[in-house]
Design a protein around this ligand. Structure first.
Ligand code: ATP
Ligand code: MG
Length: 414
């Protein structure tokens, strides 16, 4: 019988990978705290309606990527495909709309039924932030600065470029949408099948198509900047000026539209060429209409989400776990004593690996394999004298030390 396999698009995080992930989420959490963002955790599944309408029925996520099922009580629930809608739902459920601004950080697994490939999974992880209740460009600038600082802390700022665009306010967006529909309708026959479908449902998304023929047609499409009303152009100019002021470089990308329906004004992505086709590591924007759409008061918002797997792939080797002390009991009395000694050394803050079984040679091989810093050999005779043999596994030096001086000797090796 073949060994059991993980479900397609899911993966195990073995310790090395788990350490990389941990480094990404810890760095992000600590950096977010510097900006006053506090961690929030919402459920991994929600009623389907929490996602369906806010994200938009014509988006890829809602139309083909959600893990939706009816539970045993007959409720329709969905594994969260992203966390913005869940955070807004939590703000509304907990009656937090009066205490703005609200600043949240989150980290955790998301689920999308996608075709798995490098950097694209069905269960993946995101870190992200949401800033609710601030209508001015400072909020956009701060969340982008926070994203940039996290990338810098992870040592990958040099490998990404910030792309920036605006989708304007709803009025500008509606005018632009009409212009796009006019333009693309004239060339309908040349569009890819996907884009023909988008033409009725979500025409802005055509701009973001990867199809070569669509890309050719997109080159002559009307430009959003010509349809921005005064208020929207000012907003975008202020965002750019703020980024300039704090030295954050960016590239305007007129084709940058986000997949979700609820974005307004600023949209941005940090992209890299180092991950093949899955080059977007961190993406977000302003979503002023979302809270109201979800049944709350009019409340602006801006945020981003980043793929933990993609960030982890770009990070340099994370610092290893602290090196252990291997305890190697030899003989029955020593076995019993080793359990106690291991607890005492852990009380003193040492990482201790207890050899559970096998002869001396086998236990020393394990000490070697886990990269232990030192081995403490406990023989029955030595124990009777209240001592043990301490071996420095880097230098090979070895000496007998009194048990009550062991912690001091080990500390000297750290
Ligand atoms: P893409 O264009 O790559 O499908 P998206 O627009 O669907 O991305 P968002 O919803 O903006 O992605 O999610 C934010 C980030 O989460 C992405 O930039 C990416 O880093 C990560 N991400 C999204 N989907 C996946 C996935 N299936 N596997 C791994 N990471 C993902
Ligand atoms: Mg996607």
């Amino acid at each position: 019988m073949p060994a059991l396999q993980p479900a397609r698009g899911t993966q195990d995080l073995l310790p090395e990978a788990a350490r990389r992930h941990r480094r990404v989420s810890d760095t992000a959490r600590e950096t977010a705290a510097l900006y006053g963002f506090a961690e929030i955790a919402t459920p991994i599944f929600e009623f389907t309606e929490v996602f369906a309408r806010p994200i938009g029925e014509h988006t890829d996520i809602v139309s083909k990527e959600m893990y939706t099922f009816t539970d045993r009580g007959g409720e329709e629930v969905t594994l969260r495909p992203e966390n913005t809608a869940g955070v807004v739902r939590a703000v509304l459920s907990n009656g937090l709309t009066q205490s703005t601004p609200l600043k949240y950080f989150y980290s955790g697994p998301m689920f999308r039924y996608e075709r798995p490939q490098k950097g694209r999974f069905r269960q993946f992880h995101q870190i992200g932030v949401e800033l609710l209740g601030v209508a001015t460009p400072q909020a956009d600038i701060e969340v982008i600065a926070l994203g940039q600082r996290i990338l810098k802390e992870l040592g990958i700022a040099d490998r990404v470029v910030l792309e920036l665009n605006t989708l304007g306010d709803p009025e500008s967006r509606a005018a632009y949408r009409d212009a796009l529909v006019g333009y693309f309708s004239g060339r309908r026959a040349e569009l890819s099948e996907d884009s023909r479908r988008r033409l009725d449902a979500n025409p802005l998304r055509i701009l973001d198509s990867k199809d070569p023929e669509d890309i050719r047609i997109n080159a002559d499409a009307p430009r959003f900047e010509d349809f921005l009303n005064t208020q929207s152009s000012h907003f975008f100019a202020d965002v750019r000026a703020g980024l300039d002021r704090i030295g954050i470089g960016y590239r305007i990308n007129q084709r940058l539209v986000r997949g979700l329906d609820y974005y307004t004004h600023t949209v941005f992505e940090f992209v890299t060429t180092d991950l093949g086709a899955q080059g977007t590591v961190l993406a977000g924007g302003r979503y002023d209409g979302l809270v109201e759409l979800m049944g709350g008061p009019a409340m602006p918002g801006v945020g981003w989400a980043a793929g933990t797997e993609r960030l982890a792939m770009l990070t340099v080797e994370p610092p290893g776990a602290p090196r252990a002390v291997a305890l190697v009991p030899i003989g029955e009395a020593a076995e019993a004593r080793a359990l106690i000694l291991a607890e005492q050394l852990r009380d003193a803050g040492f990482t201790v690996d207890l050899g559970y079984s096998g002869n001396l040679q086998r236990r020393m091989r394990r000490a070697d394999r886990i990269g232990a810093r030192a081995a403490v050999l406990l023989g029955d005779d030595e124990l009777a004298r209240g001592a043990a043999t301490l071996r420095d596994l880097d230098s090979g030096a070895q000496s007998e030390v009194a048990l009550d001086a062991l912690a001091t000797h080990l500390a000297a090796l750290r």
